[in-house]
Write a protein that binds this ligand. Sequence first.
Ligand code: CA
Length: 224
Amino acid sequence: MRLLLIEDNARLAELIREGLTRQGFAVDWCDTIQDVEHVQRIIDYDLLLLDLGLPDGDGLDLVRATRRRLDTISILILTARGGLDDRVTGLDAGADDYLCKPFQIPELVSRCRALLRRPGLALGTVLGAGNVLLNSAERTLVVDEKSVEATPREVDLLEHLLRNVGRVVAKSALENALYSFRDEVTPNALEASVSRLRKRLGAASADIQIRTVHGVGYALFEPR
Ligand code: CA
């Protein structure tokens, strides 16, 4: 899942970015509204996390503008303005949730997960194909009724393929979803992740297949 964090306090932004990255989210960070408008033109984010007091404007205007353009994106406001009126204004502007500063990173992580499993974005919490089941909220993988360890990135990759069973998912779409701008993505980083995921699934006797479509991307197939 790819997240965009908009926060002008660099120290706080770094803490949030670290906490979420450790949980397997790909996080990009902007500190001005102008930057946000630029990256939103390039990347389709799953979730926006934003502070309201920004150097070049009010975050609420950004919430309204984002809502006008993209209705499936989730928006979580992070702010010190914690009064009831402020929360109502934020939600009315189109935010999905509100977290008051100061907050603990584990709470932020669970709010993000809750937002990302809402209908519209999520097809359901448990995704399955063949003897493979992935719980997209708990980020757990079960193969042939046995739990299988996988890295957050491998779970993310598998989730994208499971949401598109039988269809080719473009390499660029997977890279955009799995890596932030800050990740140093080598040309074969995705291939390496796919290869590790295949090995893991193979070792667990999974009966699904991840096929390479040369020059295009990858597709997951169920057993016949
Ligand atoms: Ca601020």
